[in-house]
Design a protein. Structure first.
Length: 148
């Protein structure tokens, strides 16, 4: 299996009722399903907050000015497309004043659209009860840190 060092930025989006936006993805290599907050790799020369704003717009078209620049760093390894991705993920919180703002996926690349299987706004209790893979597995702890 290939290894890839990949720093990333992710955004925990909370709606007016403190539900969390999760995207459901299917790995095209092995069919594994996973739920994850929006985000992605940090491009060369980009800061984590710049990457978070760019990724949020690309993946959801939600307002990037809602992101609060008070990050939580999480070290993580995960497998996607038969590649072990290793690196720090910088998490940011974004708060929205409405219930379940509707994401728009028109900014995704065609391959990403093929891998996206849906989205959901989930309560913390619903996240804790999930049986499908959650990336990162420590998401509830990260959310607690972001909200403190």
């Amino acid at each position: 299996m290939e290894r890839l060092s990949r720093p990333a930025a992710r955004i925990v989006c909370l709606d007016a009722e403190d539900r969390v936006l999760l995207l459901r993805w299917q790995d095209p290599f092995d069919g594994t399903m996973q739920w994850a907050p929006p985000g992605g790799g940090i491009d060369p020369g980009e800061t984590p907050i710049e990457a978070a704003r760019r990724e949020l717009v690309e993946e959801t078209r939600l307002d990037p000015t809602a992101i609060i620049d008070r990050p939580v760093l999480h070290l993580y390894e995960w497998t996607w497309k038969n590649t072990l991705r290793i690196g720090p993920e910088t998490f940011f919180l974004a708060r929205y004043a409405t219930d379940r703002p509707e994401p728009d996926f028109s900014g995704l690349e065609p391959a990403e659209l093929d891998e996206l299987r849906g989205f959901a706004w989930r309560t913390l209790d619903e996240i804790a009860a999930m049986t499908e893979r959650l990336d990162p597995p420590a998401l509830l702890q990260i959310i607690a840190e972001l909200r403190s």
